[in-house]
Design a protein around this ligand. Structure first.
Ligand code: PLP
Length: 396
């Protein structure tokens, strides 16, 4: 049989999806599974976006321009202006989800064996995108005791080599829920300018900033125009994960010119989904106010309930809809599997994401899990109670 590529063999499996067969078995046994493991919000997609797809008047579902439809990009520029982010439509390339924007960013700025420094724990697919691009992830550890704040800038400094091309952050963070402050962004801006690196910020959770703290985009930072690349998406903002629309935004013309070549190779982002996403930009502020209010209530309940469990340590998230919890166990991979295979409370169990998959340093985060608070409050309380009961009897 012809041989599979080394790159293909090295592609990491999703740390979340590998537990799916165990969840399916649990359903077969008639159990209810509360999914704390995925970032698929249960929030309704704005009606304007759904309606736009229903009432479109297209005769041909044609390609759009490779960089995305002009009308959509004009409105996106307007959206950014409303968030005090000064970009024009030609600083934006519409992509097939934030995922493709990440691939285009890596493709545009890195060569094989180049290095990208990423505070860990980080969004697990960064491992996949870097493997696909032949790039080495260099982790810098952020700690649960510090709520996963930006590690001291000297730690980054120590890791910079001739091969370093970029620092990548996720703000607010998946899986940490950490929201970087303006001061932290300024520290990162200074170091990338000093070493002439790119700063990539995955800001797909921009709207999800809590406790009255506002999100500070790297594109708001003056003097960073040639360094800053933002990854964005409609997936979480409008609960439109299935639309598969995101974008890459940069004031650096060379980055845009290069990313456009990658965009041209795949011809066009999805046309109908761009129509839906353009319409979604009309979503009233009241939608976000309600959504944020709901997530804050869920976070508060979740953290309060987790803190009641003996031996559990949890970082208090200020954004996105995830948190990392450290459990009094040795290995959360085995624990997550056991929960699905062998444990239930009155026929109900939970599925969690083992956190080791969000680290690239081996052996770190083994006793941690990521919880996504994408369930209603009642289900969240039940799910945490199941965790509590499970920890009373679990032995590893
Ligand atoms: C941090 C982060 N970045 C990027 C993505 C990719 O999102 P999409 O490709 O759906 O836009 C996700 C999805 O969960 C994410 O959590």
């Amino acid at each position: 049989m012809p041989r599979i590529s080394k790159k293909g063999q090295d592609m990491p499996e999703s740390p979340i999806r590998k537990l799916v067969p165990f969840a399916e078995n649990a359903y077969k046994q008639g159990k209810t599974v509360f999914h704390l493991n995925i970032g698929q919000p249960d929030i309704k997609t704005p009606q304007v976006a759904l309606d736009a797809v229903k009432i479109h008047s297209l005769d041909i579902l044609a390609y759009t321009r490779s960089e995305g439809s002009e009308a959509f990009r004009e409105k996106l520029a307007n959206y950014y202006a409303n968030h005090s982010i000064p970009v024009k439509h030609d600083d934006i390339i519409v992509t097939t989800g934030g995922s493709e924007a990440l691939l285009f960013a890596f493709g545009s700025i890195t060569d094989i064996d180049d290095e990208v420094i990423i505070p860990e724990p980080f969004y697990a697919n960064y491992n996949g995108f870097s493997t696909a691009s032949g790039v080495k992830v260099v982790p810098v550890i952020s700690k649960i005791e510090d709520n996963f704040a930006l590690p001291p800038i000297e730690e980054f400094e120590k890791l910079i080599t001739a091969k370093t091309k970029a620092i990548l952050i996720c703000n607010p963070g998946n899986p940490t829920g950490y929201l970087y402050s303006k001061e932290e962004i300024k520290k990162l801006a200074a170091i990338v300018k000093k070493h002439d690196l790119f700063l990539i910020a995955d800001e797909v959770y921009r709207e999800f900033a809590y406790d009255g703290i506002s999100h500070y985009s790297i594109l708001q930072e003056e003097g960073l125009e040639n360094h800053a690349i933002v990854i964005d998406s409609v997936s979480k903002r409008y609960s439109m994960c299935g639309a598969r629309i995101g974008c890459l935004v940069s004031k650096n013309k060379e980055v845009i010119k290069t990313a456009l070549k990658f965009a041209q190779a795949r011809l066009s982002p999805p046309t109908l989904a761009q129509i839906a996403s353009e319409a979604a930009l009309e979503t009233p502020q009241s939608y976000f106010d309600d959504v944020i209010d709901e997530y804050v209530q869920r976070r508060n309940i979740l953290i309060e309930e987790l803190n009641k469990i003996e031996g559990v340590q949890v970082a208090n998230p200020k954004g996105a809809f995830y948190c990392i919890a450290q459990l009094p166990i040795k290995n959360s991979d085995t624990f997550a599997q056991w929960l699905l295979e062998s444990f239930d409370v009155n026929g109900e169990t939970v599925m969690v994401a083992p956190a080791a998959g969000f680290y690239s340093t081996p052996g770190v985060g083994l006793n941690q899990i990521r919880i996504a608070y994408v369930l209603n409050k009642e289900s969240l309380v039940k799910a945490v109670n199941i965790l509590k009961e499970a920890l009373k009897v679990y032995k590893d």
